[in-house]
Design a protein around this ligand. Structure first.
Ligand code: NAD
Ligand code: TYD
Length: 342
């Protein structure tokens, strides 16, 4: 199977490529990634020289490049590329609209023209908005995104849905809860707390810390995507989560316990504007239809995650210093040279 992955140098995309090539050694992967601050080839480790892996530097909004890649006849497109951090979207939403909305449209249009047989669009539980205690969102629940990030993802979901309704374009949408695990950029809650604790810095908790998220270890998400990719029904939406919500305060305390650091490092700071109180998903569809269920509990997943960050101080240092952006400059200079040679 030939798979065109977008955003495969980021957190979930890189974990997915590693998982997928491990589970399907004959698969071929083409990874289209712009290498923003959140993406870097180091996330793929030794796979960068794997014979079945090819990296293409570029933007999902680049129509010509995307059309050229679709001409290479992938069996499936798995679309991860996005601007993904809520706080950045609150500062400036422009790139979120461009990459998440325009980029998704560019991809589905090119994929439709090339009659791609399957397109998996990676979305998020945040499109359902904040839920009351006791509530959970199933795939028919209304979309009520509250942050500019969530709104841009909901808009991209609607574009994908319209392509299924209008053209019977064989797209599947997945909506997963909060992921944690290796290679997550240290701006999101779990890696930020681990990295700060490692450096003896304070751990900033927004508001009262009682907002709830449903955490899933990234490998469980990758297994779910593998099942969706092979067995999912075109036109369908699949929620993916562990159905086990915990407060931010609980998860941060958990991290501190695993690391043997004191709770006095916790610092309550001003709340995020429009901060969603609670996300929770009903995952009966993916369990019943595809037989998927999560296999890694919070204790084990957090333990593995903490270990990974402890063992990769160089990765943390480079990510925090913005050093991976140098890949971007280097690759672009190379590409410009190649183009001027033509
Ligand atoms: P990430 O920010 O770690 O990685 C995003 C990747 O996309 C990076 O490699 C970046 O370089 C690339 N990218 C950004 N703009 C691009 C563009 N214009 N063209 C090509 N590549 C571009 O994100 P992540 O956490 O791995 O999330 C991946 C997907 O999963 C996103 O669509 C996100 O909305 C979704 N998701 C994330 C979570 C989570 O908890 N992280 C949960 C549910 C869904
Ligand atoms: P985050 O990892 O940014 O994911 P999302 O906002 O997409 O769910 O944040 C997870 C939760 O942790 C969210 O309720 C905001 C909170 N949070 C903090 O309290 N402090 C922080 O420094 C960060 C980054 C997040």
């Amino acid at each position: 199977m030939k798979v065109l992955v977008t955003g495969g140098a980021g957190f979930i995309g890189s974990n997915f490529i590693r998982y997928f090539l491990g589970a399907h050694p004959d698969a071929e992967i083409i990874n289209l990634d712009k290498l923003t601050y959140a993406g870097n080839p180091d996330n793929l480790g030794a796979l960068v020289s794997h014979v079945n892996y090819e990296f293409v530097l570029g933007d999902v909004c680049d129509t010509k490049l995307v059309e050229d890649l679709m001409q290479r006849d992938p069996d499936v497109v798995v679309h991860f590329a996005a601007e993904s951090h809520v706080d950045r979207s609150i500062e400036d939403a422009q790139e979120f609209v461009r990459t998440n909305v325009q980029g998704t449209h560019t991809l589905v249009e090119a994929a439709r023209r090339c009659r791609i047989e399957r397109f998996v669009h990676i979305s998020t539980d945040e499109v359902y908005g904040s839920l009351h205690l006791g509530e959970s969102a199933d795939e028919q629940s209304p979309l009520r995104p509250n942050s500019p990030y969530a709104a841009s993802k909901a808009a991209s979901d609607m574009i994908v849905r319209s392509y299924w309704m209008t053209y019977r374009f064989p797209a599947i949408i997945t909506r997963c809860s909060n992921n944690y695990g290796p290679n997550q950029f240290p701006e999101k809650l779990v890696p930020l707390m681990i990295c700060n604790a490692l450096e003896g810095k304070t751990l900033p908790i927004f508001g009262d810390g009682l907002n709830e998220r449903d955490w899933i270890y990234v490998e469980d998400h990758c297994r779910a995507l593998d099942a969706v990719l092979y067995w999912g029904r075109p036109g369908e939406v699949y929620n993916i989560a562990c159905e086990n919500t915990v407060t931010n305060l609980e998860i941060v305390r958990h991290v501190l316990r695993i690391m043997g650091r004191p709770e006095s490092l916790i610092e309550f700071v001003a709340d995020r504007p429009g901060h969603d109180r609670r996300y929770a998903l009903d995952t009966r569809r993916i369990t019943a239809d595809l037989g998927w269920s999560p296999s890694i509990g919070l204790e084990e997943g957090l333990g593995r995650t903490v270990n990974w960050y402890i063992q990769n101080p160089d990765w943390i240092r480079k990510a925090r210093a913005g050093e991976y952006l140098k890949y971007y400059d280097k690759f672009y200079r190379q590409r410009e040279r190649t183009l001027s040679d033509l």
